[in-house]
Design a protein around this ligand. Sequence first.
Ligand SMILES: Cc1ncc(COP(=O)(O)O)c(C=O)c1O
Length: 457
Amino acid sequence: MLAQERSYNTAELQALDRKHHFHPFTDHKEMNKKGTRVIAGAENVYIYDTDGNKYLDAMSGLWCVNIGYGRTELAEVAKLQMEQLPYYNSFFQTAQLPAIELAEMLAEVTPPQFNRVFFGCSGSDGNDTVVRLVRYYWQLQGQENRNIIISRHNAYHGSTLAGASLGGMQAMHAQGGMPIPNIEHIEQPYHYREGGGLSKHDFGIKAAQALEERILKVGADRVAAFIGEPIQGAGGVIVPPASYWPEIQRICKKYDILLVADEVICGFGRTGNWFGSETFGIEADIMTMAKGLSSGYQPIGAVMIADRVAELLDEKGEEFSHGYTYSGHPVACAVALKNLQIMRDERIIENARAETMDYLQNQIRSLSDHALIGEIRGIGFLGAIELVANKETRDTFDDKGSAGIACRDACSENGLIMRAVGDTMILCPPLVITRPQIDEMVSKIRQSLDTAERTLV
Ligand SMILES: Cc1ncc(COP(=O)(O)O)c(C=O)c1O
């Protein structure tokens, strides 16, 4: 039942929330000034709050509702699975049907080198698994010291200790003694702010060669893996130059370093292909996945393991001392499987690529004449609008982040959910968004930019 068909006492809910709920990634003082926005229902690309306000959700929740809200088939599958087998684990030589079927389906839709999967509950715990797995892989080959993982500044790989350590978010490292040992960070391929006057091509090569420099600095025999998001999402939708990933790939091959693609955002159609790795021609050894895997309908994550890694684990490995109670949870797997079947059978990715992908990218670029916009970038169903005080000098407003907040708040006033990463506005709509809905979204963005501009000068 949608919000507008049911009555809620929002003030009461907000009071209870304030009293009892400690939120992730939330400044509680700020939130409590205005009261939590309580979401009550959703349909297609829209969400509804408890006051009946309707918002176009240009963020797909948290970058995850790829097939859109309200697919009742997923609810039906969850109900059936709960009735038949609500829970059983995958430890100790046991399995159940949905986990087996989902594993088979993942082998079908992922690039050909992937035929094995380890299940978890989220992207963060998936990246914890990655740390364990790549270190174990080298240990099995008698190379215990090969335990350094190289990542990038401003990367996001989750919020567990290992995930946040792999990530390059300073604010996260500052709270709680991260990064954990043997994680290194190199520069990110962020041409607009860090290009230093180089062409995109040359900057892409230079940013990638930072990997080789770091490998040589720490010693090639110490480096287990490199991890990167094909496009950095939470860092501000940083789209790397076309030259970047081929050079990273070359360096990983040269030093025999495992290449881990964190596909948590880029996977399942986000960049116009099933995986961001396909869009950028990355041949990864390991892929972390979550979010679009179930379109957010159930918490589930997965780590795909390429044959060359899996074969070694099979051949030399003993018991892999790692796993979660909910690894391969039957209800989550059944829902994820149905989500992928819908994506495949309805050709959601192929249709979106043919019908709306270029349209979306062109329409957001039509905003570039706006005085607040420094750069618009994006690929597929990902976009970023970077706000500046001065288009020529690229200077930000003195109070960094204020333009992003002003624009984000104006968006929600105008019935549009966008996220601000500093002064960059992020777009990540469901893949099922239509052309008229894209027009609605872009017109609301322009309206919100106008409002933000008035409050900022
Ligand atoms: C690239 C990437 N990796 C990992 C994560 C962590 O996923 P989760 O929030 O499901 O733990 C995220 C979340 O946004 C992400 O964007």
